[in-house]
Structures are given as C-alpha cells and as structure tokens.
Design a protein around this ligand. Structure first.
Ligand SMILES: Nc1ncnc2c1ncn2[C@@H]1O[C@H](COP(=O)(O)OP(=O)(O)OP(=O)(O)O)[C@@H](O)[C@H]1O
Ligand SMILES: [Mg+2]
Length: 510
C-alpha cells in the first residue's frame, strides 16, 4: 500500500470493534472508531475516511440512516461503505443497498473474506480517485490550450483587421470622390454606391473583430451609462425606418458602473439594430430602458418583432451565426455584445416569443461611491460619454493630450491644429458634432471668430472656449455672443471632463 488507508469502524459492540481492530491493524490500515451512529457521522465529516464499516443495529441511529446521511453529504457521498451486520434477510440487504451501501457482510464474518473485500473496495476507490485526478488535469490542460488558441486567434485577427482597415480607407475615399465627380445621371454612380455600401459593411465587421480581440485592453472608467445610451439611441434613430417607433425609459438615478464607454455604446447599438431589424417588415415598437435593480444596472432593449424560436435562441451568441440573408448580417453583433458584457462582469438574458417580440436584458454591477473612489485618482467620479467633439488647438502637444484624455473617457474626437481647417470640417458636416472645444488665441482665426462662424452655420451647437490668463476681456466679448462656457488654461482634466459633461447634458435637455 503506497499510503495508509483510513477506515472508520462504527459499531456499538466493544467486542466487534476489538475483533475488527485485531484483524485490520496488522494489515496496515489507519483505524478510527465510533460507538454510535451520531459519532460515526461526526468522525466521517471530520476525517473523510477511505472506507466505512458500518453496523446496522445501533441504539441512537441505525446504520441505514447513517448511510443515507453520508450519501446526502456532498463531501462524503463517494466514500465506500460496507455494512457489517447480523441481519441476513433479503429486505435488510435491499434496504442497505438502497441507502447507498457498496457492500454487505454478515456477522459472524469470515475474517479472510472480510479482508479481501476491504482490499478490493479500497483498490477500486484508489483507481477512481486516480481517474478523477486525470480527468481534472486533462480538462485544465484543454482549457489552457483553448485560452492560448483564442489569444493567438485574437492577435492574428487584430493584426488583419488593422491592416484591412487601412486598405478600406482609400477604397472608400476614392469611391466617394469618384461618385462626386460623375454627372448625376451617370449609370456608374449606382455601381459605385454599392461599393460604398459594401465597404461600410466591411468596416463594421472589422470594428466588431477589433472589439473582440481587444477585450484585454478595456478602458474602464466610472460611467453614468445613461449618457452613452441616450447618445447611441440618438445615433440609431437616423437609420430606423418610420414604421418603427422608438421610446426610451431612462431612470436618471440609475447609478454608475465601471465600464468602457465605446464598448457600451457598441452594446446598445448592436442590440437596438437587431431589434429594429426584427421589425423591419411590419413595423413595431422599440423600447430602451435603463434602471437600477438591486446591485445592478439593468439595460433592456425590447421589440415587438418576429421573435426568436428555440433552436435559433441557442445559437444567437455564436460568432458568425446569422439568420439574415447573405450580405445582410455578419452574425458578429451578439457575440461581440456577449464578450463585452462578460468582460464587464455582467450578464445578458433573452426573453422571446415567436410572433410577439424579444427583450434583451443586460445587467452590469453598480459601483458604490466608495468603490469608485479607489478607481479614480482624484477621488471623484468622472463621467465620460460617447458624443462627438470637434477639438481645436494650434498647439500640437496640447491637442494630442486633450484628444487622448477625451478618448479615454469614450468621446469621439476630431482634433485640428488650424482653426480655418476646423471651420471647413465643421461646415462640411455640422451635424457630425455634438460639441466644439476650442482654444482662443490661435493664428489666422481666433477661437472667438471661429465660434462666431460656427454659430452662423449651426446656432445651437454648444461651444467651450479655452482662454489663457491674458484674455480677460475675451470672456465678456464671448458672453455677448452667447458663449458662456469657459475654461482657463492649463485646464485640469477633472474640470475639462466635468464641464464637457455638464454642457452636453444641458444641450441634451434643451
Ligand atoms: N431582437 C431580435 N429579434 C429577432 N431575432 C434576433 C434579435 N436579435 C438577434 N436575433 C437573431 O440572432 C441572430 C444573430 O444576431 P447578431 O446580432 O449576432 O447577428 P446579425 O444581426 O445577424 O448580424 P450583424 O449584427 O452583423 O448585423 C440574428 O441573425 C437573428 O436571427
Ligand atoms: Mg446584429
């Protein structure tokens, strides 16, 4: 025997215990004794023996009952039990086996037989343990190699996606330029427009793959998700057909979670897009809800669309699974959503009825202000967002630094060093921005002048003007023009983020 087996002997008769001790001690077993049922249970729980020899007729609790208790205990359920008893009738044997005993020996026992049976049962038990250990080890190895494989695929996918993006960019640009240079009535326009649509689809796929492989590089910040949700819903509205009505139910006090704004934006977009796709034939209602529920923030996206049948439901989170026609969907939407939610320690559930509609619910753990304190250096919760900001500063380094900060907090930033250039960009797509943040003293065109021009193009656009120490009269001038958001340079990050959030929220509630 490689190691000593521990045997628990439970019998109320001292002479039986002594006889068994005399027999088994010389075999090299480690012996423990119990004088009644209760004691047998306690010792078994304390010592987890390799085998239990159990008498049936004991005063306080009979052996069958002890046996049932042992089998009900998850740690002891597998310990081999041999019932050693004077009861030799068929019913007692059956009861013993039903109670979970592995073997049955009648008293007076044949010493040689008992020895052999104990040996057999302990040997079988040892094999079972070895097998379990091996299975466990193999499972672990499989999981490890699976994780390594996924990591390698992720790296490869990220590399390809990145290069692919660079290839797509000139295709898209040159096709758009070509469309613009063709006469309205040209037949070739239609073809090129198809190229643009296909390229945009490819770009979307690349984005999804990048998200997938970027899971480990999350930029999690304490985030009031409602801003991101509102923004995503707003963005989605432009593509929803008129037969679909969209409503949002957002609880202002739904709290803060630790999350990556860009990824949460993507979750909302993917869920909402699926929802309106499911209603594109007949129209219907799309509802987005955000509430706090126990320790979680609960985001729901519900539709009154076609619903999902049981077989499909099992596969919706699989990468590349789609029921949409070729070219219609990549099938990556929900697998990306799933990956994002998992990496935020959240949960996603689906409730669907065919013909009636579907509800996706996402749960993300809320952070309390104490847990947030340890997450932020300043000790204050800084909220980001996913709005689009036009950033103008002639100092390249400041530009890069501000852009990085804002992007870290989820915003989509277009940065320009030259104010005339920034004006040109704004003019060609005034609706592409939710906010302008501009420096004041710049060559060619000051921040005030730039703001003036921008307000001529789109009067309601919120503007934040950053001024230096010598610009005191500027403030007055700007206020007259209707700009009342200023930041004094150098702008601390906290103040910048708070002001941006405040200005965007005010603009949103107008
Ligand atoms: N709200 C919904 N109602 C009905 N079916 C849905 C809904 N959301 C998802 N599905 C089903 O799950 C499948 C997978 O969704 P997923 O978002 O992963 O890919 P997709 O929408 O087909 O493609 P992509 O997201 O790239 O456009 C869909 O093809 C559809 O069959
Ligand atoms: Mg989808």
């Amino acid at each position: 025997m490689s190691e000593k087996h521990k045997i628990l002997i439970a019998d109320d008769e001292p002479f039986v215990r002594e006889a068994l001790e005399a027999l088994l001690f010389s075999e090299g077993y480690d012996l423990v004794f119990a004088e009644n049922g209760q004691e047998a249970l306690e010792k078994a729980a304390e010592l987890t023996p390799d085998l239990i020899l159990l008498d049936v007729m004991m005063p306080d609790m009979d052996g069958f009952k002890v046996c049932r208790h042992l089998r009900a205990n998850q740690h002891l359920a597998e310990v081999p039990i041999i019932i050693v008893t004077a009861l030799d009738d068929r019913d007692s044997r059956l009861e013993g086996i039903e109670a979970g005993a592995d073997d049955f020996i009648t008293k007076p026992f044949d010493r040689h037989e008992l020895r052999l049976r104990i040996r057999t049962i302990t040997r079988l038990n040892r094999y079972r343990n070895l097998l379990e250990e091996r299975i466990e080890k193999e499972n672990l190895e499989n999981r490890l190699s699976q994780a390594q494989k996924m990591e390698a695929i992720g790296t490869l996918a990220a590399g390809i996606a990145h290069d692919f993006n660079n290839i797509l960019f000139p295709i898209l640009c040159y096709t758009e330029i070509s469309i613009d240079s063709l006469p309205e009535e040209s037949d070739i326009r239609g073809n090129l427009e198809e190229v643009v649509i296909a390229t945009e689809r490819a770009k979307k796929l690349v984005d999804q793959i990048l998200t997938f492989s970027r899971q480990d590089k999350l930029q999690k910040i304490p985030l009031e998700i409602r801003f991101v949700v509102k923004e995503a819903v707003k963005l989605m509205l432009s593509s929803v057909p008129p037969s679909v009505t969209v409503s949002e139910f957002i609880d202002k006090n739904c709290g803060t979670v630790l999350a990556d704004p860009t990824q949460i934006h993507q979750v909302v977009m993917n869920l909402c897009t699926n929802a309106w796709h499911a209603m594109s034939d007949k129209g219907g209602e799309l509802k987005v809800g955000l509430t706090a529920e126990n320790e979680n923030m609960k985001l729901t996206v519900s539709d009154t669309g076609e619903g999902i049948d049981k077989a499909t439901l099992e596969r919706i989170f699989d990468p590349y699974f789609t029921t949409k026609k070729v070219g219609g969907g990549t099938g990556m939407g929900l697998s990306v959503v799933h990956g994002i939610i998992e990496s935020h320690n959240g949960k996603i559930t689906v409730d669907s009825t065919v013909g009636k509609g579907t509800v996706f619910s996402v749960y993300l753990p809320l952070i309390t202000s104490e847990s947030a304190v340890s997450e932020t250096i300043s000790g204050e919760i800084l909220s980001g967002g996913s709005e689009r900001i036009l950033l103008v500063d002639d100092d390249e380094q400041i530009n890069i630094m501000l852009q990085k900060t804002l992007e870290n907090y989820g915003y989509h930033v277009t940065a320009h060093k030259s104010s005339p250039e920034a004006l040109h960009v704004f003019d060609s797509g005034p609706e592409n921005f939710d906010l302008v943040v501009t420096n004041h003293s710049m060559p060619y065109m000051t921040g005030i002048r730039l703001s003036e021009e921008i307000m001529k193009i789109r009067s309601g656009i919120p503007i934040i003007l950053c001024t230096g120490f010598g610009d005191s009269d500027i403030k007055e001038k700007a206020e007259k023009m209707g700009i009342d958001n200023f930041l004094m340079k150098p702008v601390p990050n906290k103040q910048l983020l708070n002001t941006i959030r405040k200005v965007l929220d005010e603009a949103d509630s107008c």
